[in-house]
Design a binder for this molecule. Structure first.
Ligand code: MG
Length: 166
């Protein structure tokens, strides 16, 4: 089943966004290592890996349908934040923008009657709901403890246990 040109372009743009997400979380992970927060750094590194997998799912879909993947330059992510709350606020804002782009891709796939892409986007929409919820959960904890460093230390230790997606 041929992929309509605009759908293919949108898929390739989404691949770029997933790679940017991956790069952003990697940069966030390095920042946390530098701030003496190894648990946050670990959690963000798992996130980094998941985003690469998302890009992989999109590239596989394009290749399975006999089309070409067009990789583009990945934007440079920021490398500093004011504090850990600021970092998670940025992460949430970023995930919401990704959710919006997935929804736009779904609308386009629906208009073009591209049911395989629609089906794939169903998985991505569910995943985005989980992503937003898990980032929000951490953000709420951070907002609750504010500048309390011993509480942040406890959250850091809890996050260190993450080995894969929630
Ligand atoms: Mg993603």
């Amino acid at each position: 089943m041929i992929i309509e040109k605009r759908v293919l372009e949108a898929l390739n743009r989404q691949i770029n966004r997933e790679f940017y997400s991956s790069y952003l979380y990697l940069s966030m992970s390095f920042y946390c290592t530098g701030e003496g927060l190894p648990g946050f750094a670990k959690w963000l590194l798992v996130q980094h890996d998941e985003e690469r997998q998302h890009a992989g799912m999109l590239t596989r879909h394009i290749l399975q349908r006999g089309e070409r993947v067009a990789l583009d330059a990945v934007e440079i992510p920021p490398n500093r934040w004011e504090n850990i709350i600021d970092l998670f606020e940025s992460a949430l804002e970023h995930e919401r923008s990704i959710t919006a782009s997935i929804c736009n891709l779904t609308v386009l796939a629906t208009e073009q009657r591209d049911f395989p892409v629609q089906s794939l986007m169903k998985w991505f929409i569910d995943e985005q709901m989980e992503e937003e919820a898990s980032v929000e959960e951490i953000l709420n904890q951070l907002r609750f403890v504010k500048e309390n460093t011993s509480a942040i230390f406890i959250i850091d230790r809890e996050l260190a246990h993450r080995t894969q997606s929630a």
